[in-house]
Design a protein around this ligand. Sequence first.
Ligand code: FAD
Ligand code: UDP
Length: 392
Amino acid sequence: MFDYLIVGAGFAGSVLAERLATRSNKKVLIIDKRNHIAGNAYDHYNEEGILVHKYGPHIFHTNSKDVFEYLSNFTDWRPYEHRVLASVDGQLVPMPINLDTINRLYGLSLNSFEVEQFFESVAEQVPVIKTSEDVVVSKVGRELYEKFFKNYTRKQWGMDPSELDKSVTSRVPTRTNRDDRYFTDTYQAMPLHGYTRMFERMLDHPNISIMLNTDYHDVVDFIPFKEMIFTGPVDEYFDFKFGKLPYRSLEFKHETLNVEQQLAAPVVNYPNDNLYTRITEFKALTGQKHPKTALVYEYPKAEGDPYYPVPRLENADLYNKYKKLADETPNVHFVGRLATYKYYNMDQVVAQALTLYKKLTDKPIEKAATTPPITGSASIMEKILPRTPAKE
Ligand code: FAD
Ligand code: UDP
């Protein structure tokens, strides 16, 4: 009998497994349908020996001391401040838009004060900022919106920025100074030996069993557990009862080149040209030395693995129906980016999981209300791996 069955070995599931096992002495089984732990943060050495992120670039940044200190239990860090260039009008210019972006784009030599005046002169009046278009045109005007945001957003999300909640493009600030960092968080760093190594250390405990290549649907009736933590898509859990929640997907095209360095920045964004949104050069993120270099191109698509909840009002309404059902489901706890349908960064998911851990351990464990505890079938129990995280 497991105290907890945890579905999904990404940040949400792994943080909870670690806390429950080490702090509350709970017996935990964590399963994932993929052949590895670490969820979308999974990294591995490719065929040439270069550390790459299978599901696109993952850069850790947070303002939360608690989250940073918590993860520091499982990894050392490589200080890293992320920088991005955007390919616009045949030039590579800093993104987020800053003083240098404007000067280079228009061949000017404005100072901070003058660029602020420039933004004011081109900004559109928007009485109430609701959409992702409003956010940008009200700050930097229509021309810069069209050069940097309109088409990138249409590619990434398959819809116009005017159809997306303001929170999406609000992730990218506008600056009047020369700060060209993508993030300004207090803590910005990469796990020194990669994300997967960090997850292996989180899950390395006698109370934690791991079962990979295992879809929850196939085993839930055979595994004896008291409570469940679910980190997969919430609509899938409820058999799409109210209809499908839209998630945006991506196709990742990885390639290795026979040169030491290829890009002018760790990430180059393509707001207008090409079908992909951005290219990442992994060695720039990880600091690895290698005579070759590995890149990933991101091609957005509608179908495929669910990577991004799509923030817009009608989707929030649909999610709220599922949330009501989730709240009413005894002894099942929904957490993480897919299960709570939130466009969360890694640190936000860690914080959400730590909060759930506190909530769970503040109350005594109840007996399963819907289904009685099930005695596991021998065949399923034999498949449960004793702490053997994935190796590629
Ligand atoms: P996931 O990592 O998605 O884990 C959920 C797990 O559940 C998956 O492994 C899945 O296989 C498993 N699962 C689902 N359904 C089932 C089932 N039925 N049975 C068994 N297992 C199941 N965040 C940052 O902070 N910085 C970044 O730079 C950054 N870059 C990103 C780039 C991309 C392209 C993407 C897609 C995301 C990025 N993120 C970034 C966000 C980050 O990936 C997430 O915040 C984080 O990984 C979410 O963790 P999670 O545990 O909620 O979900
Ligand atoms: N965005 C854009 N142009 C860019 C970068 C971002 O239009 O050059 C918009 C786009 O809608 C994107 C959102 O801002 O989805 C958030 O960008 P972020 O880099 O945070 O996306 P993520 O890393 O989560 O994919």
